[in-house]
Write a protein that binds this ligand. Sequence first.
Ligand code: F6R
Length: 607
Amino acid sequence: MCGIVGYAGYRDCSDVLVDALSKLEYRGYDSAGVAVFENGEIKVCKAQGKLEMLRKKMQEEGKPQGRVGIGHTRWATHGEPSDINSHPHSGAKVTVVHNGIIENYRELKEFLSAKGVEFVSETDTEVVAQLLNYYYKGDPLDTIIKTISDLDGSFALGIIFADYPERIYAVRRESPLIVGIGKDENYIASDVPAILKYTRDYYLLDHDEIAVLTDSEVNIYDIHKEPVEKTLMTADWDESAAEKGGYEHFMIKEIHEQPNAVNMTVKPRVVDGLPNLEECGITHENIKSFKNIFVVACGTAMHAGMVGKYVIERLAGVPVTVDIASEFRYRSPIVGEGDLVIIISQSGETADSLAALRLAKSLGAKTLAVVNAKGSSIAREADMLVYTHAGPEIAVASTKAYIVQLAVMYLFAFELSLARGKITEEQCRELTLSLLAVPELIGKILETDLEKSQYISTKLLSADSLLYIGRGLDYALSMEGSLKLKEISYIHSESYAAGELKHGTISLITDEMPVIAVATQRSLLEKTVSNIVEVKSRGAMVIIITREDFTIDEKAYDFRIDIPSTDDMLMPMLAAVPMQLIAYYTSVLRGNDVDKPRNLAKSVTVE
Ligand code: F6R
């Protein structure tokens, strides 16, 4: 998704903007640009492609010299990636960078065209710039308020007015935006990593709040022009958390951060050996009587919900429906009072998940958010909130955020089961103890399985397509394994319930279709192995991910990855790791941009 930055201070503005934009690269983008006040005039420089292209253009054409300006990385929505469609966009007196989608931009464009305004790009953003320009009569605040009243859709905007060369204006609706507070310098940004090098203090802008920044002052107003008092937030991680720290890619760094992330997420929520989510608004009283639970999320977060479903149903005996957020919001779900809707989201800003949360609330359900990004929209709007403590996840492919989402699903399932009297305190203590031991086991896997996973990746390089299979929790996990591989290696893959293969899909099996089979569930082992034998005997190369204490006939597979044993229910947290490693190494060996796979964005703030 697009990234926005802005700076007013004493440093070289172009340098700060490009540096801050480089910290937002993980969001995905296809062009970049800046607008800086140079001797009182707005100077724009923008280029299609990576930031390197922008740097090159700045060298060729002269870097804009100044102390105040805005910058942008664009992930194309309206109009192809090109220099012209890149942001910033300008009207005569106003220049704008924008994240989000203006849904009524066509009507507005027609309106402005009828007034004689000419457009140079295909973007919805230029319409905003021209509308601001149209309404501008000398007062920027009035102009912004009038303009955003006309806009439908989502936006975070960084705006500069030619008449006010010492100021940046910022406003948001739906799309995230923060205001960074430094000493004699202030910032705007789409996300905290952009400003961490300069400051850890920031304000979160709320919907329709307008920030006015100079190097020495920040004022925030509501839509009625009333000043708003904000709480200053402080990021609890520093710049190094958003850097590679000696690893070749963020993804492998983040895979290695998983033991710590699980510790940070689980340990503070265990009191006297039992899960305790009171600080998140969760008590035995308020969770024990839900009739139905829905888990609604997208992509990897939805896969964490799949694991949650198996565990909650098995332990707590409450029916759980897992929904893809973009389906849930349009399928008239039968949800209401007495139901709980859990929204899982790393970014806390995913447009469909946020809309699903709002829908669930409007239908009378209680909502629980499981979110990584502090202060994000989903975190703020849910009735109950459990933060995962993964720290910043920069690689587009989610790894550590997934693992901690699983950890929270377990904590919640244990607590719910205890509250409903489905497990004894002693059983709950045992399960919790096993969960607390998971970080150490992940650490062990990272010591022993790196090379094996790397070797297996060499066997997958030339495949056109792969199958991931498993039963029960292994099936839920294989969905994530398959997504991880396909999104970064660009090899097609599907996950299948192992028992379902013979109802159609097995006809795809040849010696050119590798199969990754997950077999960690004791009660399902025999059945899973029969399914594995079915594909092996039809020529597939089989890689089995299983636990070290399982005996499996060597003829059933070609390669075996062993992981340590723990309670069956917790095995997905361990088996996920070799899957992540296989995806990672396959992508590296294929020479792909591992951290920023093509066409993908980290935070999907549009539908
Ligand atoms: C894949 C991945 C995505 C996200 C999905 C939801 O590796 O990261 O599938 O899980 O876009 O994002 P969040 O969790 O931010 O709502």
